[in-house]
Structures are given as C-alpha cells and as structure tokens.
Ligand binder design. Structure first.
Ligand SMILES: [Zn+2]
Length: 165
C-alpha cells in the first residue's frame, strides 16, 4: 500500500467532474486501499479520488465505525437540513459552516461488484454529501455560509499552558 499526495484547493483537478468506474479490477481495489491509507494517515474521515488527482468516482469514508469503500456512489434521497462545521483534507487551513441534508440514502457498488444501499444520518450523512461533491468538482468552500481559519494546534504552546495550570 502507498500513501498518496493530497491536492489542495487551487489545483484545477479538484474542480473537474469525475468519471464513472466502468470496470472493477485489482487496480480499483488497490487504489481504494491506498486512498484509505492516505485518509487515515492524514486523520481525515473521508477522501475522494479527485483529491489525489484521479478523476474517478471512488470514495472512502470512515467516521469511526469502520471503512466504507464506495464505487460510483449516488445520493438517491435527501431529507431535512442541518448546519455543521466542515473541514477538508484539500483545504487544510480552513473550516466552514455548511448546510446539508440531515439524512441521505446512498447507493454504491462495492469492491465485489454488488450494488448496495445505505441510509445515513449524522456524520456519515454529512461525509457522504461532502465526498460526493468532490466527484462533481465541488469543495465545501464553494457552498459554505462562513469560512474561518482553523485554530492552529501548537503542541509546545499547549504544553506550556498545561504546566501553568
Ligand atoms: Zn473534502
């Protein structure tokens, strides 16, 4: 497995629409594994193939309860709305408030070629909408109602603070 380089906002590939995967082969499975490894190494909850420069409809997500590997995912139903604070591995220095559907039904193909469906809510629903946007060249900063710099974590400053207490 290999860690891949994550493209950041400003790279034209992030604005492109990705193509459907026509054939699921060993390369597809391997790419999904590499994407998962890249996501975990960057401590993200999701990664879409265009973020590593590959314009294919492939997404990995793990919101803390296991890995989802999604081939040609499509949201077929949306309900409700929620505002939440989102970040993105391709926009490392910022976060923003984005309005999303509260629950979504998503259909996708798994690595064995089976077409499956998932009804999602909470963080998984938000992650699905965020990652599927990447497949259409949309970043959260394109639809956020407010964008702010991420608080910088400075381990030394945190340590100094701890000692004072
Ligand atoms: Zn993202």
């Amino acid at each position: 497995m290999a860690k891949l380089k994550i493209l950041t906002a400003g790279d034209p590939l992030l604005k492109k629409k990705s193509e459907k995967v026509q054939r699921i082969d060993k390369k597809t499975v391997r790419l999904l594994k590499d994407m998962a490894e890249t996501m975990y190494a960057a401590e993200g909850v999701g990664l879409a193939a265009p973020q590593i420069g590959i314009l294919k409809r492939l997404v990995v997500i793990d919101v803390g309860d296991g890995l989802w590997e999604l081939i040609n995912p499509e949201i077929v139903k949306k309900e409700g709305s929620v505002m939440s604070c989102e970040g993105c591995l391709s926009v490392p220095d910022y976060e923003g408030e984005v309005e999303r559907a509260e629950t979504v039904d998503c259909v996708f193909t798994d690595t064995r070629g089976r077409r499956l469906a998932v009804s999602a809510q909470g963080l998984l629903a938000i992650a699905l909408q965020h990652e599927l946007d990447h497949l259409d060249g949309v970043l959260f900063i394109d639809k956020a109602q407010s964008i702010m710099p991420k608080p910088k974590k400075d381990p030394l400053a945190e340590l100094a603070q701890e000692k004072k207490q």
